[in-house]
Design a protein around this ligand. Structure first.
Ligand SMILES: [Fe+2]
Ligand SMILES: [Fe+2]
Length: 277
């Protein structure tokens, strides 16, 4: 099975002509199937698709990693571009009223920036489930990710608003995508709010595959404590990861540390980066 992974939108761009925008969108092409994992913050994924000559009308599904606007906000421009009905797989909690204080002291809305009705009017049909969903024989969504490590926790600056009260957001909607390849597991992360290592452990359990070949996407290490960073690196080394393409919420300092540790196995996975497996 040939697998190609192309990043459509990320905080930074890999070359001139592409847009960088805080957020993430990754196109996964396997034999006979094209899935768009997240859609970026606004129009950058649709713009970059045109710039890269990638025909997004060929995608058969969209998967949302969670409800934050930097992963879901690009849906409407993509629906307007592809002009066809498309299934969007996500956890039901993406529709919660999500807020953040991460970029300042004020709580700001950071959830899905459009109504379900508007997206449905443009062709989206939502398949909402908290359970893993096999999209083909070798590709599965994570469903809810159990939090099993002691050192990974969800940011304290993320909230859900319910009846005018703010509660800490458990990010039950946080999902990843797992691909069983001949070389081992390829794990595509959105923001990894529930922890990159928790996600990897869940991937091994769910797919029955122990070997993890590649990790691509947001590892959410940008605010990790030195302890969490140490444990994460030790675990990634123990797993003998062969390709580590970090993006987005990994953060500069953590990316530099991972680059130093993993050498040629490391790459920065930004808009326009294409990996073949
Ligand atoms: Fe997020
Ligand atoms: Fe994010």
């Amino acid at each position: 099975m040939s697998i190609r992974i192309t990043t459509m939108s990320e905080n930074t761009a890999s070359r001139m002509g592409l847009l960088g925008e805080w957020g993430l969108s990754i196109l996964i092409e396997t034999s006979g199937q094209r899935i768009l994992f997240d859609t970026g913050r606004s129009f950058s994924a649709a713009y970059n698709a045109i710039e890269m000559g990638i025909d997004l009308t060929q995608i058969s599904k969209i998967v949302f990693s969670h409800g934050h606007l930097d992963h879901t906000g690009g849906l409407l421009p993509i629906l307007k571009l592809i002009r066809k009905p498309i299934e969007v797989v996500a956890h039901p909690d993406i529709w919660q009223s999500k807020y953040s204080t991460l970029s300042g002291r004020l709580r700001r809305y950071c959830g899905v920036p459009f109504s379900r009705e508007i997206a449905e009017g443009l062709g989206a049909s939502f398949k909402l489930t908290g359970a893993p969903l096999w999209l083909s024989k070798n590709v599965v969504t994570s469903g809810e990710i159990p939090m099993t490590t002691k050192y990974e926790e969800i940011d304290s600056g993320l909230y859900v608003k319910e009846k005018d009260k703010f509660k800490l957001d458990p990010l039950r909607d946080d999902q990843a995508l797992f691909i069983r390849s001949e070389k081992g597991l390829i794990i595509i992360l959105g923001c990894a709010h529930r922890g990159a290592i928790n996600t990897i452990r869940h991937a091994q359990e769910l797919t029955g595959v122990e070997d993890v070949y590649a990790i691509i996407g947001g590892t959410h290490l940008m605010a990790a404590s030195p302890l969490r960073m140490d444990f994460t690196i030790a675990e990634l080394q123990r797993l003998n990861i062969q390709r580590l393409g970090v993006s987005h919420c990994t953060g500069m300092a953590a990316s530099a540390l991972l680059a130093q540790t993993f050498g040629e196995r490391f790459f920065f996975n930004n808009a326009g980066t294409c990996s073949n497996f």
